[in-house]
Design a protein around this ligand. Structure first.
Ligand SMILES: Cc1cc2nc3c(=O)[nH]c(=O)nc-3n(C[C@H](O)[C@H](O)[C@H](O)COP(=O)(O)OP(=O)(O)OC[C@H]3O[C@@H](n4cnc5c(N)ncnc54)[C@H](O)[C@@H]3O)c2cc1C
Length: 392
């Protein structure tokens, strides 16, 4: 297996952060503890994200981390966006994914593929007050995303879009959608085109919101396009090249989901470790038993490995290296670890862990999505297999 290598004069450990990154992370950690944690259970129960919290995300600069200063953003790095997703997810995975989709999918797509007019028009809004969503999946096209059936027909200066999108994260809150439709279904993936669609465009509406197992506060919605008129100038990148935008944006997004899962695992572990040191059975705390110690040690080791994968892949992206294989591995592994760790956390709490009076069952429910969205585990394995078997 060949390995792309970046030479460095002074290599540093994978978990080392700059002073600015430490400050950034600590601010978000404090915010997550003070503002997000008190709301997490209620938002999960109501399956509703707190609107004021989203406003605070904007005020803190969390919704435009990488957007350059000239467009009103934080001019930060992809790595910082990843730190934000990890820290928020440690407290609430729904908060993590809201910020993740905004930064790693929507803003990234606009930054990378938008023309100057589009950047000037949309990026300041993304940094200030507009939530974004990324709409690729449909009822009949999930893993086989390029089998999408939403059509876009050019009529005068507008494209007219017809079809339905399913499972769209932030669907309820979003004002802007990066939405994929085909300008020529007979051309297969070469017809796929990315459009910037605003919530208020005529013919656009948000349909059913899903009632889910986990990340319940994150809205997951159907989008309905009935003769939806989108100005021709709102094609993102080139017409017919949307498949490239979808693939490349999702490659970056997968690092974000890795970070979300690393955060979820860490949040559950912290609860389990604390509980184990308080709960007494047989006259001792359960953390005095080697059986529990070994479980906590194994969980901590796996969390460390996931986090190092996330950090390394994010650094590769910021360094301009090819990270496709590493991003797929990161998402695959972090979601496996999150499911194992959160499940064990429920067991360490015993019967209490199985109730909604304690926080760990939510972490377990929230972990499950990591293996499904932005490409299922099988799809990650397919990508990894293709690359490693061809020597990349
Ligand atoms: C909560 C949530 C949020 C989401 N957010 C978004 C979003 O914001 N935007 C968006 O566009 N989409 C979103 N999705 C959609 C998500 O990306 C898809 O659900 C996912 O890609 C899987 O597609 P599917 O559900 O159609 O499953 P299918 O593709 O039908 O897969 C079903 C099973 O078959 C397996 N499978 C399929 N093909 C193969 C194969 N070739 N080899 C081996 N196994 C295979 C899969 O691994 C899976 O286990 C979201 C989904 C959920 C549940």
């Amino acid at each position: 297996m060949s390995q792309a290598t970046l030479t460095a004069t002074h290599p540093v450990p994978l978990n080392s952060l700059t002073d600015d990154e430490i400050l950034f992370r600590d601010n978000i950690r404090q915010f997550a503890e003070e503002k997000v944690r008190p709301l997490a259970r209620e938002m999960d129960e109501k399956a509703m994200f707190d609107h004021d919290l989203i406003e605070q995300f904007f005020q803190l600069g969390l919704m435009g981390i990488e957007i350059p200063e000239q467009y009103g953003g934080g001019a930060g790095t992809f790595f910082e966006a990843i730190l934000a997703v990890e820290e928020l997810s440690r407290v609430d995975a729904s908060a993590g994914v809201l910020v993740d989709v905004q930064n790693t999918l929507v803003n990234n797509a606009l930054l990378r593929w938008g023309n100057e007019e589009q950047k000037k028009h949309y990026l300041p809004r993304m940094a200030a007050d507009t939530c974004g969503a990324y709409a690729l999946s449909e009822a009949g096209s999930g893993s086989d995303a390029f089998a999408l059936q939403t059509k876009a027909e050019l009529k005068g200066s507008d494209y007219v879009l017809n079809g339905r999108k399913l499972w769209i994260t932030n669907g309820k809150e979003a004002g802007l959608f990066i939405l994929f439709a085909s300008i020529d279904l007979s051309a297969g993936y070469k017809g796929i085109t990315a459009f910037i669609v605003e919530k208020d465009f005529p013919g656009f509406s948000v349909g059913k919101k899903e009632d889910k197992l986990g990340i319940r506060a994150s809205s997951t919605c159907e989008l309905i396009l009935e003769d939806c008129r989108v100005p021709r100038t709102n094609v993102l990148g080139e017409a017919g090249k949307g498949y490239k935008i979808a693939i490349e944006t999702l490659n970056e997004g997968r690092i974000g989901i890795g970070a979300q899962m690393a955060g979820v695992a860490r949040g559950a572990w912290e609860y389990a470790a604390k509980y184990a040191q308080q709960r007494k059975q047989f006259g001792k705390t359960i953390a005095d038993f080697q059986g529990i110690q070994f479980q906590l040690a194994q969980m901590a080791t796996e969390i460390e490995a996931s986090r190092l994968m996330v950090y390394n892949t994010a650094r590769m992206k910021d360094a301009g290296m090819n990270f496709v294989k590493e991003a797929a591995m990161t998402k695959l592994f972090c979601s496996q670890v999150a499911e194992r760790v959160t499940s064990l956390a429920v067991e360490i709490y015993g019967g209490y862990g199985f109730t909604k009076d304690y926080p760990v069952e939510k972490y377990w429910r929230d972990s499950k999505i990591g293996k499904i969205y932005e490409g299922t585990s099988n799809m990650q394995l397919a990508t990894i297999a293709k690359l490693v078997l061809s020597g990349k």
